[in-house]
Structures are given as structure tokens and as C-alpha cells.
Design a binder for this molecule. Structure first.
Ligand SMILES: Cc1cc2nc3c(=O)[nH]c(=O)nc-3n(C[C@H](O)[C@H](O)[C@H](O)COP(=O)(O)OP(=O)(O)OC[C@H]3O[C@@H](n4cnc5c(N)ncnc54)[C@H](O)[C@@H]3O)c2cc1C
Length: 304
């Protein structure tokens, strides 16, 4: 590993200026659990690392009933899944954050880094997609807010330009009678990357009998994580049951573009998509039914 300089700015403007320096190989760092491993493996060399953990805006983790959840790009996974409001209102985020690495990794790794690393298998990505998260991006030209499904441009690449950094992820407030779930398959219990991952979200009618909206997103089975609109739309107006979930999972299977590698073949990954979509939908419905309006009210009234 070649020597590199290290800077830890305390403002977004300073960070953007450092990241935007022409002729320097420079990258932002949050927890470093991808960046430092990749550097050490010789995937690339850098002249400068810009540590974003000293910036106030990247350390925010807060919930507002109108704005929803703000997850600062430097907030480690352990603080996210230990947060009472995240546990109560966004259990699918807990699913994802508690799957990334093991306990030691979760003390450093961030969801922001998971997003910026843009691996197709990133465990937070399908969840953020089904929850409708947006990325708050800062650059010297100003700020922009984009939907997470527009953020990824290929395996390991994203829309961030020179001098831009991710500030936070903005997740809309949950709606009543809504539930979401993230499931992945790995060949062992932890410390491996997903062979296939599925995020599912279901919004139920007031009587909890019919699906009024659904979203399904896949990870690790295409060059970027993907939201399969048609799979979710086929569930609208339906009574949740195995038959209709099979229909949605068949559409998702068709949309997947998996590859064969050491973790699994194309056929194996397609099979996993079928199984995981059905299971994630069933769990999302269970969560929607037990969540209801009461929980949102309770959290809003009593806070953390
Ligand atoms: C042992 C081990 C196990 C792992 N297991 C899993 C797993 O199960 N699931 C999984 O999804 N991942 C896993 N990972 C990968 C990694 O831990 C996650 O992707 C993690 O979420 C990355 O977060 P980070 O804060 O460490 O990112 P960093 O390493 O700091 O950054 C990752 C990339 O994003 C860029 N970046 C970071 N923050 C910003 C920002 N604010 N603005 C612009 N660019 C930014 C960096 O330049 C870098 O390219 C594992 C890693 C290890 C070492």
C-alpha cells in the first residue's frame, strides 16, 4: 500500500474543496471498512483520504414525523440498529444494518459508506430502495437530493462527481399499516456478502385485508441493485396470499440479471430470488399487520 495523506475536515464546504482538488487521487472515508480493505488489496492508490466523521451534518441520526428519518453518512450501523425510533418505525433498516459484517465491523461501517461503495450486494441498498430513501449530496456547486434508485451507475460506481460527498440518507416517515423486510442468503451465518438479497415493502388497507401498494428491490443479482416496479404493482388491490406472492416473485425472477461466480450460479441465484421475494413479502405483511397506526403515534408521543 502506497503512503497517502489524511485530512479530517469539520465542514461540508471544506470536505468538498478537498475532494474536488484536480490532479489528486482523493476519496472520502466514513468507517473505512471498504475503502481501507480495497486500498490494502491494491485495487487503487490514493494521494489523499478525506475523513468525513468530523462533520456535524454527517453524524445526525434523527426522526421527524414530517421529514422522516435522517441517517448521517458517518453514523455507524451499531448506532442505527440500537436507536429506539429506528427499531420501532423502520425494522427493515435494522435488518440491514445488523447484517453488515459482524459486531466489530458494525462499530465502524456506515450505511452511507455501503451506499457510496455501490456494491450490487450491499445489504442496505434494497431496503433503502423500498423505503423510498433519497440521497442528500453536497458539492461546491450546491446541494442536490436524488432518489436512491438513481444513485447507482454500475458495480462500484455512483453519480457523485469530483468534489461531491453524500451527507445523509433521508427516509420518508412510515405510513400506517405498512411493513418492510430485508432478507439475504449467504452460505454461512455472517461475514459474507449476499448471494442474493431482497427488500420488500407492503402497505395495507385500513382493514388490513388488501395490499394498496408494494415495492420489491433486489440485490446481488444485477450490476446495480434494482427496484422491480412491475412486481410490486401486480400486488396492488390483492389479498395477500401465497399465490399472488408467487406471481410477484416470478416477475422479479425474470427481471434479475444474475451472474455465475464462486458464490453461486445464475440458476441458483434466480431460485433464491423466488424464495426470498415470497418470504420477504410474507414478513412485510406480518409487520404491517402488527405495526398499525398505534406504533407511529406511540413513537411520536413518547420519542425514544
Ligand atoms: C469483514 C467485513 C465484512 C463485511 N460484511 C458486509 C456485509 O455483510 N454486507 C455488506 O453490505 N457489506 C459488508 N462489508 C463491506 C462494508 O463493511 C460495508 O459496505 C460498509 O457499509 C461500508 O461502510 P464504511 O463506512 O466502512 O465505508 P468506507 O469504507 O468508509 O467507504 C466506502 C466507499 O464509499 C466512499 N464514501 C464513504 N462515505 C462517503 C461519503 N459520505 N461521500 C462520498 N463517498 C463516500 C468511500 O470513498 C469508499 O469508496 C464487509 C466488510 C468487511 C471488512
Amino acid at each position: 500500500m502506497k503512503p497517502f495523506a489524511y485530512q479530517a475536515p469539520t465542514s461540508l464546504r471544506e470536505a468538498a474543496a478537498l475532494l474536488g482538488q484536480p490532479d489528486l487521487r482523493v476519496r472520502a472515508m466514513a468507517g473505512g471498512t471498504d475503502l481501507l480493505v480495497q486500498l490494502r488489496a491494491g485495487r487503487f492508490d490514493l494521494d489523499l483520504i478525506v475523513d468525513i466523521k468530523g462533520i456535524e451534518e454527517t453524524n445526525r441520526l434523527s426522526y421527524d414525523p414530517v421529514e422522516g428519518l435522517t441517517i448521517g453518512a458517518a453514523v455507524p450501523c451499531c448506532l442505527i440498529y440500537e436507536d429506539r425510533q429506528v427499531q420501532n418505525l423502520y425494522p427493515a433498516i435494522v435488518d440491514s444494518a445488523s447484517l453488515i459484517g459482524g459486531v466489530a465491523v458494525q462499530g465502524r461501517a456506515t450505511i452511507g459508506g455501503n451506499v457510496c461503495n455501490a456494491a450490487p450486494s450491499g445489504d442496505s441498498l434494497p431496503t433503502l430502495m423500498v423505503l423510498g430513501a433519497r440521497c442528500r449530496i453536497f458539492g461546491l456547486q450546491g446541494e442536490r437530493l436524488i432518489g436512491i434508485e438513481q444513485f447507482f451507475t454500475g458495480p462500484g460506481t455512483n453519480v457523485l462527481g469530483p468534489g461531491e460527498l453524500l451527507v445523509s440518507l433521508q427516509v420518508p416517515p412510515p405510513v400506517p399499516n405498512s411493513g418492510a423486510r430485508y432478507l439475504r442468503f449467504i452460505p454461512r451465518n455472517e461475514m459474507d456478502i449476499a448471494v442474493a438479497g431482497v427488500g420488500a415493502r407492503v402497505d395495507l388497507s385500513d382493514d388490513l385485508q388488501k395490499i394498496i401498494s408494494a415495492r420489491i428491490a433486489l440485490g446481488a443479482v444485477s450490476p446495480t441493485p434494482i427496484l422491480i416496479g412491475e412486481a410490486g404493482d401486480t400486488l396492488i388491490g390483492q389479498v395477500p396470499n401465497e399465490e399472488i406472492f408467487s406471481k410477484a416473485s416470478a416477475i422479479a425472477q425474470e427481471a434479475a440479471r444474475p451472474i455465475t461466480d464462486m458464490r453461486g450460479t445464475v440458476a441458483y441465484r434466480r431460485h433464491l430470488v423466488e424464495v426470498l421475494v415470497k418470504r420477504a413479502l410474507m414478513d412485510a405483511v406480518d409487520r404491517a399487520r402488527s405495526f398499525g397506526k398505534g406504533k407511529i403515534k406511540e413513537v411520536e408521543t413518547h420519542g425514544r
